[in-house]
Ligand binder design. Structure first.
Ligand code: AMP
Length: 420
């Protein structure tokens, strides 16, 4: 292993690709900000308890994928494997739900950690932008979140994604279904691990990817047939709202998702250009989670979209985001005196809000102009001894190649005018 290699299952974001990641985060956040979601940031780690209780003791995330550690002080911590439990914990701690303004709408962006087997699109460190709407049971809220995620993906130009939608029932009807499913599953020919799963998390068995398992599941009881009237009506309303908004979705009865806390509405965004790791985002309603972590009853709904996979989806669709160059002006000094003077000009431009960069290291004209080109700057400023003696700098339009002498005292105003 080379000394410079990032840990297994991780990678670094470096320019220029890193600019796409920033733009994706921004594109996902923008519709949320415009819709009343406030920004929240929580620690990168939490007490292990929170995830064990919140995400679920029986989930792969908690049993296999969590990075846990014991601090020198003896605290049991885990790097966060997902965002919802932390955000809800933080909202409860800050009493946001008591401010009298429900739902509490929050968005977040950050790093998450899961000890998974790395492959394309699946990493041990990844990045999500998420949204949570806490404390209100209203199908309009479920629809709002799905519509905003759809809007975010579309704003990036993505088209080859699909929305899968399901209802998992609530604390009235889900247990009845769970038992019916368990009774059915216990009679099947399954391996030990899957048999254990029947007892702790039977809905997850429906998610099994193996063909021989799927074949046995054809006649499994369907959650749809067990939904109570309230859940049915709720789900119909969400569907109608999405349809009215022109958002296309597919009903997917098999969609159960890997976390224990979901109730009623669940959804996933899948992209058809990504191979096996096709889920680019997902979420749903989690009416019981607050009580599971020791809080009051706070019906809530949220989602998390994966930034890494969204970038892969862009690449799969051949979409190049229209990212403006960071630098507008590039200064090229020729000689010691010019270095001081031009650096002063650059500092002045920056303070005036014009993005400017500088050829450092006293390089020659040719190399420095190459850097100016690479920076994407619209204008270059070149000055040597003679220019300074005349009190001017050469202003070069990098697109047309035109060059003219501009008095030092007027350069900021001239550039401001040209750059609009
Ligand atoms: P989940 O909480 O598992 O539904 O994850 C939500 C989204 O986060 C997924 O749809 C992925 O886009 C992303 N994600 C989850 N796990 C990983 C991972 N190991 N590597 C990359 N992205 C991930």
């Amino acid at each position: 292993m080379s000394t410079f290699q990032a840990p297994k299952g991780t990678y670094d974001l470096t320019p220029p690709r890193s600019a796409t990641f920033l733009a994706v985060r921004e594109a996902i956040a923008a519709p949320l900000r415009d819709s009343g979601y406030g920004y929240i940031e929580t620690p990168g780690f939490e007490n292990v308890e929170l995830f064990a209780r919140g995400v679920g003791e029986s989930t792969d995330i908690v049993t296999k994928e969590m990075y846990t550690l014991t601090t020198k002080g003896g605290d049991q911590l885990a790097l966060r494997p997902e965002g919802t439990a932390s955000v809800l914990r933080a909202a409860l701690e800050a009493n946001l739900h008591k401010a009298g303004n429900l739902p509490v709408k929050l968005w977040y962006s950050g790093s998450y950690y899961r000890y998974e087997r790395p492959q394309a699109g699946r990493y041990r460190h990844f990045s999500q932008v998420g949204a949570e709407a806490i404390g209100t049971e209203d199908p309009v809220l479920d629809a709002e979140l799905i519509i905003l995620a759809d809007q975010a993906y579309r704003s990036l130009g993505l088209r080859q994604f699909r929305i899968l939608l399901n209802s998992l029932g609530d604390k009235e009807c889900r247990p009845v279904y769970r038992e019916a499913l368990q009774t059915f599953l216990r009679d099947l020919d399954l391996d030990e691990e899957t048999r254990r799963r029947i007892e702790i998390n039977p809905l997850r068995v429906l998610d099994d990817k193996r063909a021989d398992v799927q074949k046995q599941l054809t006649d499994a009881p369907k959650l749809r047939d067990y939904l109570c009237d309230a859940c049915k009506a709720y789900h119909e309303e969400v569907r109608a709202l999405l349809t009215a908004a022109g958002v296309v979705y597919e009903d997917d009865e098999k969609l159960v998702r890997g976390l224990d806390y979901y109730t009623r509405t669940t959804f996933e965004f899948v992209h058809d250009g990504l191979g096996s790791q096709s889920a680019v985002g997902g979420g749903g309603r989690y009416d019981g989670l607050s009580e599971m972590i020791g809080g009051p009853e706070l019906p809530s709904v949220g989602w998390a979209l994966g930034v890494d996979r969204t970038v892969l989806a862009l690449e799969a669709e051949g979409i190049e985001l229209d990212l403006p160059y960071a630098t507008s002006v590039y200064a090229v000094p020729l000689g010691e005196e010019a270095r001081r003077v031009l650096f002063g000009v650059v500092t002045g431009l920056r303070r005036a809000g014009i993005a400017a960069d500088f050829a450092f290291g006293g390089r020659g004209l040719k190399g420095a102009m190459k850097s100016a080109n690479r920076s994407g700057a619209r204008y270059a400023l070149v000055a040597g001894e003679r220019d300074l003696a005349e009190g001017v700098v050469q202003l070069k339009d990098m697109e047309s190649g035109e060059q003219s002498a501009v008095p030092l005292t007027e350069i900021a105003a001239e550039l401001a005018k040209r750059l609009g």
